[in-house]
Design a protein around this ligand. Structure first.
Ligand SMILES: [Zn+2]
Length: 345
């Protein structure tokens, strides 16, 4: 008669080393044990049957444990596309470092996320545009002195009005297109709420606060009975969500051709609780962005009747927000591609 204990010890030892532990259930010892059972006198058969069952159960448990172990074994990952170091006898992979997301891209993603949750559709801006969208559609007629504030780069090629194309100096170049595209929403009784956070260009003398390429966040909201209070409340909600704290806001009159009235929007300094710090130049306030009620001419040029609809718009610099938030002293770091700088984020 087979000794079930010695079979058990033997099979358990095999399971603990096997790469395919399940195969052990087909061991000839087990089969022999089962066939012996049939030939036993009936008074011994019940006991032997129980012994066989116990044995099978402990084998099953050991197999499940071994299979889990095999799954857990970590296989060193290899990159089949990676170059090997030719100077080593046994090839080892050259070091690969994990990249990081650019600090400006991180903030853009966060801002887009907040604005989308507030109901704003996100639009991509363009990196080359025509002068109609850069100026005329935004109520800068030809020869308007405010065009000079937006000195940017122009192409040698001209558009169909014989004017050179421009590298947009602000994301507002998208306003006319966005309003036209979303006009059916207004007709259906829904407001237009859109944002565009993208790259813009200026012909600047470069210094720690000025860069030729930077990022702006822009938003528009158009509906019936929209007023400046809604503009202030929307921006306050957005900025409080962005800085994750309650903030005071303040608007001062300003001038932009594409809004009337226009405001300069200031925020109580989120870094010093308004007590004064380097970021807010000890004033407790930060002038953050420009905004206002969309000029009736801008609405009209996008096919919206300004006697029926009103709207607000804002635009501000992303780079400055990131600089303040992360304590970065020179805007030129962003475009420098310096890894020492980028790896800090
Ligand atoms: Zn401060």
């Amino acid at each position: 008669m087979t000794d079930s204990n010695s079979v058990r010890d033997d099979l358990l030892a095999r399971i603990s080393k096997s790469q395919q532990p399940h195969e052990v259930l087909r061991a000839p010892e087990l089969r022999a044990f089962a066939s012996e059972l049939k030939n036993l006198p009936s008074e011994q058969r019940a006991d032997a049957g129980r012994a066989l069952n116990d044995l099978k159960q402990s084998l099953q448990a050991a197999i499940a444990k071994r299979e889990a172990e095999l799954l857990d074994q970590t296989v060193t990952p290899i990159d089949v596309t990676a170059p090997f170091d030719v100077n080593t006898t046994s090839p080892s992979l050259l070091p690969a470092e994990k990249g990081t997301i650019h600090p400006v891209s991180q903030e853009i993603a966060k801002m887009s996320d907040i604005l989308q949750r507030m109901g704003f559709m996100v639009f991509e801006s363009r990196e080359i545009d025509d002068q109609y969208h850069m100026f005329e559609s935004l109520n800068f007629p030809a020869g308007h002195p405010a065009r000079d504030d937006f000195d940017t780069f122009m192409t040698v090629e001209a558009d169909k009005s014989s004017e050179p194309f421009v590298a947009p100096a602000h994301t507002s170049t998208m306003q006319n297109r966005i309003i036209k595209q979303l006009k059916p929403q207004l007709d259906a009784g829904q407001p237009i709420a859109a944002t565009s956070i993208d790259r813009v260009f200026r012909n600047e003398d470069l210094d720690p606060r000025h860069e030729h390429t930077f990022y702006q966040y822009e938003g528009i909201y158009i509906d019936k009975d929209v007023h400046a209070g809604m503009l202030v409340a929307t921006l306050k909600t957005f900025l409080e969500s962005y800085y994750e704290k309650s903030l005071d806001v303040r608007v001062n009159p300003f001038y932009f051709p594409f809004t009337e009235p226009s405001f300069e929007f200031s925020l109580s300094c989120p870094f010093c609780e308004s007590e004064g710090c380097v970021v807010c130049s000890q004033t407790g306030w930060i002038e953050l962005l420009g905004c206002g009620m969309i000029h009736p001419n801008v609405l009209e040029m996008a096919g919206i009747d300004p006697r029926v609809y009103t709207g607000f718009a804002w635009g501000g610099g992303v780079d400055r927000l990131v600089m303040m938030k992360r304590g970065i002293e020179d805007v030129r770091h962003f475009q420098s591609a310096k890894l020492d700088f980028l790896r800090q984020f």
